[in-house]
Ligand binder design. Sequence first.
Ligand code: F6R
Length: 278
Amino acid sequence: MRLIILDDADVVAEWAARFVLQRVTQFAPGPGRHFVLGLPTGGTPLGMYRKLIQFHREGKISFKHVTTFNMDEYVGLPRDHPESYHYYMWNEFFRHVDIEPANAHVLDGNAPDLVAECQRFEDLIQQAGGVHLFIGGIGPDGHIAFNEPGSSLVSRTRVKTLAYDTLEANKRFFGNDISKVPRQALTVGVGTVMDAKEVMILITGVHKSLALAKAVEEGVNHMWTVSAFQQHAQTLFVCDEAATLELRVKTVKYFKALSEEHQKMIEGKPVDEQRVIH
Ligand code: F6R
């Protein structure tokens, strides 16, 4: 596990985008050789998407040979509803880059058979050869994707009923009316994300600081599903200063002492692996 502590949310966005740029560039995608990305929605990754769009316009990155899988989607929300994740991904990212729409996979929350839809999604990930880099965000209660507190840490893509905290947190997107927030979602499982070769979790803001502390400093606990990623060999937690408020001083000092190595990770320079903790 690596914890990368940066000044603020803007620096987190830039770091994350530059990390994606590095990974895609190093992989050198081409016909028949796709880089496979897992993607989140929400407020946290917006800055990263904007930076990636900028890099694309500057000719630094192409998504022509990139396949994506989104983490989740609400059940029963029309695809063109402004709060659907289809709408978000199309407007905030896909329509601004050169990805082939057929390679940009978002779960269909209106499928007639939701269980079959979840299996189809898992099968598509398998057919793509697995995810190279899964990017995630977390809620203040430590959920990753819609894996609410108490979710199985080996779960796969499935239908989930949302926790009250999540409905509360998301009502701001539905005119502050909790009754308008869909009660169910389709979501990748913790196990689905764990299967990725590398995982990068973005955490910003003081309201996520308890979740970060639970994720990093305490044991694996299904009530804080993000803590499962302690057991992934290649997890990066990328956070801002505000999100570190509940961490111990020694944890923060320890990881900040590695900031030079963390910088190299986005500059394409060799990293001293002995100085970076896995
Ligand atoms: C998004 C997702 C969620 C969000 C989390 C944080 O696809 O699966 O885990 O990442 O709820 O949302 P924001 O970034 O809006 O705080």
